[in-house]
Design a protein around this ligand. Structure first.
Ligand code: PEP
Ligand code: MG
Length: 597
């Protein structure tokens, strides 16, 4: 990637102006599909009005009016999408509207007006505040949501200044290029002409990416410094399947891209038809699918696609959105909202997994040399018991008389698990002594994210109700390979013989001790990798919503007994990685289309 960018940079500087030959650059795919079109620069709204005002009441009235207008315009967008086949954008816009109506946000703007700012300047000041706050957060998951806030602030300022949008006279096949973008900004463009989006930044979990995926608009992100180098009107291909863009494509490349685009649309239609069908293999084996969640927006999908519940609720994510440590009351409200949304479907709350790349600005500055192996997750909770106790207290209160599922992250020894569980028991006793309403059923589990705990499961078997494999961490500790280090990105394979044998051993252990086991790491996003897991014997997975349709199709196409026989043989006879063999099996048996291999 870096060398390609250097090449690009060199070409632009050496040739000074226009780049004539075709050039493919790697980025990251945020939404699949393939599009060809002319470059259009997305221009965020700008304003250059007076910053100070001598009438706060006048500015407050302007703000009120602009908010009302903005809400009406979002309402119109929602209505447009009610009639369309795309439910997701409509739901996201509804969520977005709730966000816009957020009293906290509006109150902050009003407070800025009270200091003598114009309404525009007040919106801008609050936006800057959020930018600063998000800048301190290391986690990539949340950074994408800054784009939503920026979008909302831009939209509100445009209503205040009476600016016109969207841009006029755009080409009929266009590829939008932006630094970053929010969901409503995307929907401002005429969808009939939009062939794709390229972002300099962006993140897979942002609302914009969710909307784009739902609407089948290909998006490739993290193409740095592109804006500096492009020429308007230039042709470009966005390949959301490969995560690449191609500048100045030749006619053969264009024809191929168009063919690919057609295949992708057919694929999408096929997946939609599966939404309400059971996740069952050809030979009648039921596979259990749950969702990973961390933001309210993730929860709206719990009643779609027949998912069984939330297999991993990352409680640290909402913590990162607060400017100070949320107290028991705030946490209890949050967890109760999650359970309300789930309407009786089980939710597994993982206790705080802070540290590593998940830092909250109001807590501590860790200077671990090796944060992934440092003071994080359960290690922090056990060393700061007040933190853990408050969280457990809030979870018990939130459950009220409903079921409560608690999971502890990064458990490395049996002793750590027992200590963590003791805190939960103490909090239960405390609630009982205060005659609080008690959860109906409490189930307690742990995440297997380090190999060491696998050899101590016998010590805690009777105390563990379930286990979830966190394959992201487990993989990096199994191979001693920092998952964030680009030099190691393709060095080891999750489908290697050693790792798969290890995963099979974990499953065997869980079976011996009769502990239900599921998998919640990123490995289950990839159809070929989940196929391998099913072949070993795994039956329960928790994943991001976007992975569900393709996985469901895979499950329904698979004859598991045939495949199990293949896997058993492969685990005995293969050398190195099983990936190529699995690809061949999947292709020959029509389990996966070529673009997913
Ligand atoms: C994992 O490690 O696989 C996991 C699910 O936890 P996280 O990605 O939050 O570290
Ligand atoms: Mg983890």
């Amino acid at each position: 990637m870096l060398s390609k960018l250097n090449e690009l940079e060199k070409t632009f500087t050496v040739q000074d102006d226009t780049y004539h030959e075709s050039l493919t650059i790697e980025g990251i795919s945020f939404s699949g599909g393939v599009g060809v079109g002319e470059i259009v620069l997305h221009q965020p709204r700008s304003w250059s009005h007076f910053r100070s005002s001598n009438s706060t009441s006048y500015e407050r009235d302007r703000l009120r009016l602009a908010i009302r207008e903005m809400m009406e315009s979002i309402d119109d967008m929602v209505k447009d999408h009610v009639t369309s086949a795309h439910r997701d954008p409509q739901e996201i816009l509804e969520t977005y509207k709730t966000f816009a109506a957020d009293r906290g946000w509006i109150k902050k703007i009003q407070a800025q007006i009270q200091t003598g700012l114009t309404a525009e300047a007040a919106v801008d000041a609050v936006r800057r505040e959020s930018r600063d706050k998000y800048a301190q957060i290391g986690n990539k998951y949340l950074k994408g949501h800054l784009a939503d806030l920026e979008d909302l602030a831009n939209r509100l300022i445009a209503h205040l200044t009476g600016e016109d949008f969207p841009q006029k006279d755009l080409p009929s096949d266009m590829i939008l290029i932006a630094h970053q973008m929010g969901p409503a900004e995307l929907l401002d463009y005429d969808q009939r002409n939009l062939r794709g989006v390229i972002l300099e930044e962006g993140i897979h979990t942002s609302h914009m990416a969710i909307v784009a995926r739902a609407m089948g608009i290909p998006v490739v992100g993290r193409i740095h410094n592109l804006l500096l180098n492009l020429k308007l009107g230039q042709k470009i291909i966005v390949d959301g399947e490969e995560g690449t863009i191609t500048l100045n494509p030749d006619p053969i490349q264009i024809e191929e891209a168009q063919k690919k685009s057609l295949t992708f649309s057919k694929w999408k239609t096929e997946l939609k038809a599966l939404a309400n069908l059971p996740t069952e293999t050809k030979d009648g084996m039921l596979i259990h699918l749950q969702l990973n969640a961390g933001l309210m927006i993730d929860l709206q999908y719990i009643h779609d696609s027949k998912v069984e519940g939330i297999g991993l609720y990352r409680t640290e994510i909402p913590f990162m959105m607060h400017s100070k440590f949320p107290d028991v009351e705030v946490q209890a409200q949050l967890y109760a909202d999650v359970l309300d949304h789930a309407k009786g479907k089980p939710v597994v709350f993982r206790t705080l997994d802070l540290g590593g790349d998940k830092i909250v600005p109001y807590m501590w500055r860790v200077t671990d040399e090796n944060p992934a192996m440092g003071w994080r997750a359960i290690r922090v909770s056990l060393d700061r018991p007040a933190l853990l106790k408050q969280q457990l207290r809030a979870l018990i209160q939130a459950a009220s008389d409903r079921d409560l599922n608690v999971m502890f992250p990064l458990i490395t020894t049996a002793e750590e698990y027992l200590r963590a569980k003791k805190f939960l028991n103490e909090e239960m006793e405390r609630a009982k002594s205060k005659s609080e309403i008690m959860p109906k059923n409490v189930r307690v589990g742990l995440m297997v994210e380090t190999p060491s705990i696998v050899w101590e499961l016998d010590q805690i078997a009777s105390e563990v109700d379930f286990i979830s494999l966190g394959t992201n961490d487990l993989f990096q500790f199994f191979f001693a390979c920092d998952r964030t280090n680009p030099n190691l990105a393709h060095r080891y394979d999750v489908l290697s013989l050693g790792y798969l044998r290890f995963l099979r051993l974990i499953l065997n252990q869980a079976e011996v001790y009769k502990i239900p086991l599921s998998v919640c790491g990123e490995m289950v996003r990839n159809p070929l990798e989940i196929l391998a897991l099913m072949g070993i014997g795994y039956r329960s997975f928790s994943m991001n919503v976007s992975s569900i349709p393709a996985i469901k199709r895979l499950v329904r196409n698979t004859n598991l007994s045939d495949f199990k026989a293949y896997m058993e043989n492969a685990l005995g006879t293969s050398k190195g990685s099983l990936r190529e063999g699995l690809k061949k099996f999947a292709t020959e048996n029509g389990l996966l289309p070529p673009h997913l291999l």
